[in-house]
Design a protein around this ligand. Structure first.
Ligand SMILES: CC(=O)SCCNC(=O)CCNC(=O)[C@H](O)C(C)(C)COP(=O)(O)OP(=O)(O)OC[C@H]1O[C@@H](n2cnc3c(N)ncnc32)[C@H](O)[C@@H]1OP(=O)(O)O
Ligand SMILES: CC(C)C(=O)C(=O)O
Length: 560
């Protein structure tokens, strides 16, 4: 078998919804939906080794901490582990008063009874009933007519109603899902939901949750939005129903479908953290919530320590969160490429002079700090990188703010090293390359400053006198000039016949890196027209300048 040259022989386009006056495209999402996490149910049923009670408990605590107020905790009739976890949880006192637990059951009498039994003693809970309603399931899975499928839902709803009535101490909420809603005829979905509502008699004060799943995502998200808008418009007694969305990601648009579904009028979204779930997963609640956040809407879910969330999710699901996963992936705030690095570095620099709090950093749709990430990994360096890349790393790691022209001078060194090593360059790689290129710190060099003192004369000139090791041989040297730098230049000229002219000089205090407090940079011109950069780092600003001149001198004799 191979891909067909005419896939229409096997697959057909999903039919459009007849809704010419659709309203959702011009709506905006301005408030967060009610969220339900189904990590402990839809997520759990999709992993290789379903969670044990300890893992489920850890995950539950995380969900509460993040701010979830509705949590589907399992499928009680699936087995002892599920049942015991759920009944233990509701009796444990672990469920905060403002959190509702939810359980799922097929529309089968014994399974519904087991589900209620698992919730015995709960203060409040949602029981979630489902049966599939679309043609393929009706015909292939159940061998039922639409009427019979409606009958299954109604029978289940009656059992729910009666089981709830037996336990008046619990505040019961009912949820019904016409499973496979998005691939079913809309009028059949409406009919089954109406029939379930007839049994359960919801009111605006005690509404039913009607959860409309894209059990298998089969169309573009606009079609799902049309389906939701059509359903809402045609549902009698709409005010007695909370319309909930449950999307999957088979076409890669699970989040988009849920977003458009909200625009179409839904109230609630079900999903999993980082989109775990059957096949390609459920709607990712992290992505969905942070998409709202980056539009200025408080999502009412807190991901300000996203790495801790990832750690728990990965531990419990035994699945990694992809490095490129929106908002959470390890690499999503990292630029390797030169033009991105340049723009990001400028974006951060612009923030220092910006006088409003708005976030406007190119290539970064959200401030990583809002999610508990630091700025260190925002730029990493490899062979695709540019000057902005290593300059950022040297600044973050060593506190050095290289003048722009010096960045251009150092750039070929970094490029060469990246090509040579064929891998990402660490901050240490870049620092060592910098030390080597500019003879900084203890790196072997021709001229090495051992000690010096400077005296100011009454005529205002300065006398530099000190000991410099030249190729290992100590020499006492001196020179006079109008300032420290010029006295060192004079010393080099008088003692070593090295003529340097300082073309550019800058210095700054260091905020990070070693004990050193200051860095100085010089650009020196040689008589033959060549120019060499030097850098000096020291606890003392004046000494940093002296070292910078000697660094340039080392460069001059090295390139000579
Ligand atoms: C889209 C979703 O994610 S739905 C949730 C799916 N989650 C799970 O299935 C996880 C937990 N499930 C389980 O542990 C098991 O499936 C159990 C314990 C619930 C039931 O197990 P079993 O009865 O052995 O098998 P199974 O689930 O395949 O049920 C098959 C029968 O239920 C019927 N059935 C399936 N879904 C439903 C439903 N929602 N309502 C009523 N009957 C249903 C099938 O038609 C089939 O009937 P048949 O035997 O007459 O052909
Ligand atoms: C039970 C329902 C809500 C479901 O998980 C689905 O349809 O994907």
């Amino acid at each position: 078998m191979s891909m067909l040259s005419n896939p229409a022989q096997k697959y057909s386009a999903f039919p459009q919804v007849d809704l010419p006056d659709r309203q959702w495209p011009s709506r905006r999402i301005t408030t967060p939906p009610r969220w339900l996490s189904t990590d402990l149910r839809d997520g759990n049923q999709a992993i290789v080794d379903p969670m044990d009670s300890a893992k489920k408990t850890r995950f539950f605590d995380l969900l509460v901490e993040v701010g979830l107020k509705e949590i589907e905790v399992g499928f009680p009739s699936a087995g002892e582990t599920e049942f015991d976890f759920i009944s233990g949880l509701v009796r444990s006192g672990r469920v905060p008063d403002d959190v509702l637990v939810q359980v799922l059951t097929q529309s089968r009498e014994d399974l519904i009874r087991t589900s209620f039994a698992s919730l015995e003693g709960a203060r409040a809970a949602i029981v979630h009933l489902y049966n599939a309603v679309s043609p393929a399931w009706r015909e292939i899975v159940f061998g039922m007519t639409p009427k019979q499928v409606i009958g299954v839902a109604v029978a289940g709803a009656k059992v729910m109603r009666d089981e709830a009535a037996k336990r008046p101490e619990t505040d019961w909420h009912f949820q019904y899902s016409p499973e496979t809603f998005s691939t079913a005829e809309l009028d059949i979905s409406l009919a089954v939901c109406e029939a379930v509502m007839d049994v359960l008699q919801p009111t605006p004060v005690h509404p039913i949750i009607l959860n409309l799943p894209a059990t298998v995502e089969a169309a573009t998200p606009n079609i799902y939005a049309d389906q939701i808008e059509y359903f809402i418009r045609n549902l009698p007694n709409r005010e007695s129903a909370v319309i909930s969305l449950h999307t999957h990601n088979d076409r890669g648009t699970g989040v988009a479908a849920a977003e458009l579904g909200l625009m179409a009028g839904a109230d609630r979204v079900e999903g999993c953290l980082f989109g775990n779930g059957e096949r390609t997963g459920n709607c990712c609640l992290v992505t969905m919530a942070l998409n709202l956040y980056t539009q200025g809407v408080n999502p009412a879910l807190d991901f300000s320590d996203i790495d801790r969330v990832i750690e728990t999710v990965e531990y419990c699901n035994e699945l990694p969160v992809h490095q490129r996963h929106p908002y959470g992936g390890e690499l999503v705030y990292t630029a390797f490429s030169g033009s991105h690095q340049d723009a990001i570095k400028k974006g951060f620099a612009a923030r220092e002079t910006q006088n409003d709090t708005g976030w406007r950093v190119p290539y970064l749709p959200i401030d990583p700090a809002d999610l508990g990430r630091n700025y260190e990994a925002v730029i990493r360096v490899n062979s695709q990188s540019g000057k902005g890349g290593f300059a950022w790393v040297l600044e973050q790691d060593q506190g050095l703010k290289l003048p722009k022209a010096m960045q251009a001078d150092f750039s070929p060194h970094v490029q060469r090293l990246a090509d040579e090593l064929g891998r990402e360059l660490t901050a240490e790689d870049i620092w060592q390359a910098f030390r080597k290129a500019y003879h900084v710190k203890t790196y072997p060099k021709h001229f090495q400053l051992l000690d010096y003192e400077e005296r100011r004369s009454t005529d205002g000139t300065r006398l530099f006198s000190g000991t410099i090791a030249v190729a290992g041989q100590q020499q006492s040297v001196s020179g006079r000039g109008n300032g420290t730098i010029s006295s060192v230049i004079a010393t080099l000229r008088d003692s070593f016949d090295l003529a340097l002219e300082i073309v550019d000089y800058s210095e700054h205090a260091l905020s990070t890196g070693s004990d050193a407090r200051a860095a100085a940079y010089v650009l020196a011109a040689l008589p033959d027209g060549r120019r060499v950069w030097g850098c000096g780092i020291d606890e003392d600003v004046a000494t940093a300048g002296v070292r910078a001149v000697l660094s340039a001198a080392n460069g001059a004799v090295t390139v000579a």
